[in-house]
Design a protein around this ligand. Structure first.
Ligand code: GTP
Ligand code: MG
Length: 265
């Protein structure tokens, strides 16, 4: 039976944050900004933002309750108030690839699919998995807030596809785009909405951003939101834009370019 209280429960969505991941050979020596985007969205306060989230882990940390032998993280949930006062709850998942600190190869998980296939999954499950907060939490779970990922299968409702438009670190932009192209094909198969978050726009290389825009304009209905997790620009917007695609009765957020959004902060 439904609860008797008059207040209906706010609708709840699960958004999966994806983008180039893997060994140093694949992604260069820094990630494209998935973790920082998630961190900024679920914990936007300045003192709760961690700029470094390592993906190189010991076997013990990989098997701990936070990572839980998965190549994805549960970042918790956040309740948003729409302009029209309609609330919604968003669960955030990051699809990444954890690397063994001994072999520098991906950790062996129960799911043996390659990243591109795995990241497009629209059903996720992990028994008693704990919300991830920061790297220091691994191994010291008792010292941090302990919140469990919802039990049973979590249905992914949409994808935020991160593309790093900064200079990157010894990674070729073209290689990233090739990866993203393949990943996008897989995401499309899920039939769930996708939005592109151009990440690290505070260090934007203009022609990279233009290439991302060109990539998106070739696809039907693919929006690009120019974000910076470091400076907290357009982070909430990329999530609310995705939620609007899931619930068309919500007001459309205005998508404004990075520089304008930065100025109006
Ligand atoms: P993996 O999960 O390992 O694949 O990486 P990731 O995609 O989660 O990347 P992560 O968020 O860990 O960021 C990688 C690096 O980019 C870190 O050093 C971040 O501080 C930096 N970074 C992330 N977001 C921004 C941003 O908005 N601006 C700038 N300038 N740097 C950023
Ligand atoms: Mg990450």
């Amino acid at each position: 039976m439904m609860a008797k209280n008059k207040e209906p429960r706010p609708p709840s969505y699960t958004i999966s944050v994806v983008g180039l991941s893997g060994t140093e050979k694949d992604k260069g020596n820094c990630g494209v900004g998935k973790s920082c985007l998630c961190n900024r969205f679920v914990r936007s306060k300045a003192d709760e933002y961690y700029p470094e989230h390592t993906s190189v882990l010991s076997t013990i940390d990989f098997g701990g309750r936070v990572v839980n032998n998965d190549h994805f993280l549960y970042w918790g949930d956040i309740t948003l108030n729409g302009e029209d006062g309609v609330e919604c709850k968003i669960h955030v998942i990051e699809q990444t690839e954890f690397i063994d600190d001994q072999t520098f190869l991906p950790h062996r998980s129960t799911n043996l699919q390659p990243y591109i296939k795995r990241a497009a999954a629209s059903k996720l499950q992990s028994a008693e998995k704990l919300m991830y907060i920061c790297t220091d939490q691994l191994g010291l779970e008792q010292d941090f807030e302990q919140k469990q990922m919802p039990e049973g299968k979590l249905n992914v409702d949409g994808f935020l596809l991160c593309i790093d438009v900064s200079q990157g670190c010894n990674r070729k932009f073209d290689d990233q785009l090739k990866f993203v192209n393949n990943l996008f094909v897989q995401l499309s198969k899920s039939k769930k909405p996708v939005i592109i978050a151009a990440t690290k726009c505070d260090e934007c290389v203009d022609h990279y951003l233009r290439e991302v825009q060109a990539f998106a304009s070739n696809k039907k209905n693919l929006l690009v939101v120019e974000t910076s997790a470091r400076l907290n620009v357009n982070i909430e917007t990329c999530f609310t834009a995705l939620v609007q695609m899931l619930d068309k009765t919500r007001g459309k957020p205005k998508i404004i370019p990075y520089l304008d959004a930065f100025k109006t902060q």
